[in-house]
Design a protein. Structure first.
Ligand SMILES: [Zn+2]
Length: 272
């Protein structure tokens, strides 16, 4: 059964409590990811995804849309502060190989590969001179330091309880600079937040944010960054109601990057 993504934001940290779950620009084989794989202990060989299997991880709808994409620069949900974009579109990373097993490391690589495949972002093992980097580790709960490059080490915590490819894609999204979809300033046109059903201590996670830059992209019910209908419900009643009922059971269920997730990252980082 599919589990749901729910993160909550705490100033610089976005935490996921209940987790489940382009443009083809300048794809470069992951040479540097290969380097990192060497750091995995003997016997823990990792296999990079083949293009074919990667494509199968992207929704058919997205692929169709991608084929008809007409790039436009006027249309640009992301952190507004451009200083929080990753320098040179490169995201140095470390993985705590003592905390993750082989399958988990593979999922982390898969998720980085998917983001990289659809954008001009590049993940590479951290080198000694890299001050700013992402570290994959297992904390007490799922979270990602937000939003974008904050400076220094920023953790992506993926403990067993919420570990899978969907949540890994989601947490990397925060590190790239993505906010939760339902925090967009225009969200009230698309969803109704039922505060009366939300646990008091998590109500802040449903607040709209003025720090979000939408780049003119439409509200995306299928975003990897969207909460599910019952996120942080205190009574199992609905907390997020979609104005378009057909999306009610879709929000928070997405297994892959959506068309607009990919678009957004490409706009944020000026991918061509
Ligand atoms: Zn989140």
């Amino acid at each position: 059964m599919m589990r749901n993504i729910v993160c909550f934001a705490v100033v610089l940290v976005v935490a996921d409590l209940y987790l489940t779950s382009g443009r083809f620009v300048n794809y470069v084989p992951n040479d540097r990811l290969e380097d990192a794989k060497d750091k995995v202990s003997v016997g823990d060989e990792l296999t990079a995804l083949e293009d074919e299997s990667l494509d199968s991880g992207v929704t058919k709808n997205s692929r169709n849309l991608l084929n008809h994409l007409i790039p436009t620069r006027e249309k640009r949900k992301a952190v507004k502060d451009s200083s929080r974009r990753w320098t040179n579109n490169e995201i140095p990373f470390e993985i705590d190989y003592f905390q993750f097993n082989k399958d988990e490391v593979q999922i982390i690589y898969d998720a980085m590969y998917i983001w990289q495949h659809h954008t001009c972002l590049r993940f590479r093992p951290r080198e000694t001179h890299d001050r700013n980097f992402v570290k994959f580790m297992k904390g007490e709960f799922c979270y990602s330091t937000t939003h974008g490059m904050n400076g220094g080490q920023q953790n992506i915590s993926l403990p067993q309880v919420c570990f899978n490819r969907q949540s890994t894609l989601h947490e990397i999204g925060h590190a790239i600079g993505f906010y939760h979809e339902h925090k967009r300033p225009d969200r009230d046109q698309y969803i109704t937040v039922h505060e009366e059903n939300i646990e008091d201590k998590f109500k802040y996670a449903f607040e709209k944010s003025n720090e979000i830059e939408t780049y003119g992209l439409p509200y995306d019910y299928t975003s990897i960054m969207h909460y599910p209908w019952n996120a942080f419900s205190k009574n199992n009643e609905i907390t997020i109601q979609t104005k378009d009922p057909s999306f009610q059971n879709i929000i928070g269920q997405t297994q892959d990057l959506s068309y607009y997730d990919i678009q957004l990252a490409n706009l944020m980082y000026n991918c061509r």
